[in-house]
Design a protein around this ligand. Structure first.
Ligand SMILES: C[S@@+](CC[C@H](N)C(=O)[O-])C[C@H]1O[C@@H](n2cnc3c(N)ncnc32)[C@H](O)[C@@H]1O
Length: 293
C-alpha cells in the first residue's frame, strides 16, 4: 500500500487496513479510521469481523489496486460515501448518483419527528399517504415506508437523475410496490391530497453557498443545496402549496438549517399552518419542524 515500500508478496488485510488508516490520518482526514475501514471492507468484500479474526487474509492485486484508487480519490477530497456509491440512512442502504444529495444522519431527525403521528394516522385510517418533495435518493420517503407497512409515498424531484436513483433504491429495498417517484417542480405535477407532506429542501443561503467546504460543494448537487438569497425559497413554495395537497388533519414536516426555526415557522404561519413540534438533531440543533392546519 505504501508508495515506496510495497511488500513483494500479496499484502494481507490487516496490513492494508493499517496502511490505509495511516495514509488518511497523515493527510489530516478527521474520520481516518472509519473511512479506512469502509474503503477496505467495501473493495475487499470483507466485514469488520474479518480484520479482527483473520488479519493475515491475503488480498489479490486487483483488490489492492481498487483500494489504492479509492484512497487516491479520498485523499483528493472525495467524500467516502461518494467513493463507495452508497450510504446507510435509517438502516437502509441507499445508492447515490451525481444528481442526488448524500443523505445525512441529521435528516433521520425528520423521519423520527413524523413517525409517531403517521403511525397514528395509519392505525386510524388503515392507510397513510405521504408526499416527499425533493426526494433525492428517496431517503425520507423510503425510511418512513420501511417503518409504516400501511403507508404509500410519492416522491418528486426536479432532477430526472434523482428520480431514477430513488426508483432504483425503492426497488432494491422491496418498497417499490408502495413508492412512486416522478419529475416535478415541487407541486407542479402533483395530483391529490396526502396525509403528510415531508421535505428536506435546499436551505443554504446564497452567501453560505460560497463558503461551503469543497467536500460538499464539489460533490453534492447545487440544486440540492441552494435555498436562494435567504435560504427560504423552497419553504415558501412548500407552505403555499400545502393547502391544496394536505388533508385538513394532515401534517407537514420539514428539515431546517439550525438557525432557521423562527423564519420557517413564520413562512408557514403566513399560510395558516401552526407549528406543532420541533425536533433536535443529535448535536442539539433544531432540525425538523412539524406543522398542521
Ligand atoms: C437537500 S436535498 C434532499 C434530498 C433527500 N430528500 C434527502 O433528504 O437526502 C433537496 C432535493 O430537492 C430537489 N429539488 C431542488 N429544487 C427542486 C424543485 N424545484 N422541485 C423539486 N425538487 C427540487 C433536489 O434535486 C434535491 O434532491
Amino acid at each position: 500500500m505504501a508508495e515506496d515500500d510495497s511488500p513483494a508478496s500479496a499484502p494481507d488485510l490487516g496490513t492494508v487496513l493499517a496502511e490505509t488508516r495511516r495514509r488518511l490520518a497523515g493527510a489530516g482526514i478527521g474520520e481516518a479510521a472509519l473511512d479506512a475501514r469502509l474503503i477496505v471492507e467495501h473493495f475487499s468484500g470483507t466485514r469488520r469481523i474479518d480484520a479482527l479474526r483473520d488479519p493475515a487474509l491475503g488480498l489479490d492485486a486487483l483488490t489492492v489496486g481498487r483500494i489504492e484508487d479509492a484512497v487516491g480519490r479520498r485523499l483528493a477530497g472525495m467524500p467516502v460515501h461518494r467513493i463507495l456509491g452508497y450510504r446507510e440512512f435509517y438502516g437502509l442502504r441507499l445508492d447515490l448518483s451525481p444528481e442526488t444529495l448524500e443523505p445525512r444522519p441529521d435528516t433521520e431527525t425528520l423521519v423520527e419527528a413524523m413517525l409517531p403521528d403517521l403511525a397514528g394516522i395509519a392505525a386510524r385510517k388503515g392507510a397513510c399517504s405521504i408526499l416527499d418533495l425533493g426526494t433525492g435518493t428517496g431517503a425520507v420517503a423510503l425510511a418512513l415506508l420501511s417503518a409504516l407497512p400501511q403507508a404509500r409515498a410519492s416522491g418528486v424531484d426536479l432532477s430526472a437523475g434523482a428520480v431514477k436513483t430513488a426508483t432504483e433504491n425503492a426497488g432494491r429495498l422491496g418498497l417499490d410496490g408502495r413508492f412512486t417517484a416522478f419529475v416535478s417542480d415541487w407541486y407542479r405535477d402533483v395530483i391529490g391530497v396526502f396525509d403528510a407532506i415531508v421535505s428536506n429542501p435546499p436551505y443554504i443561503t446564497t452567501v453560505e453557498m460560497r463558503a461551503l467546504p469543497v467536500e460538499v460543494a464539489g460533490h453534492d448537487p447545487h440544486l440540492a443545496l441552494d435555498g436562494g438569497p435567504d435560504g427560504l425559497d423552497a419553504y415558501r413554495v412548500i407552505a403555499a402549496g400545502a393547502g391544496g395537497h394536505l388533508d385538513r388533519e394532515g401534517l407537514v414536516g420539514v428539515e431546517i438549517g439550525s438557525r432557521q426555526k423562527a423564519d420557517v415557522a413564520a413562512v408557514f404561519a403566513a399560510q395558516g399552518l401552526r407549528l406543532r413540534s420541533v425536533a433536535r438533531d443529535l448535536g442539539g440543533h433544531d432540525r425538523a419542524l412539524v406543522f398542521g392546519f
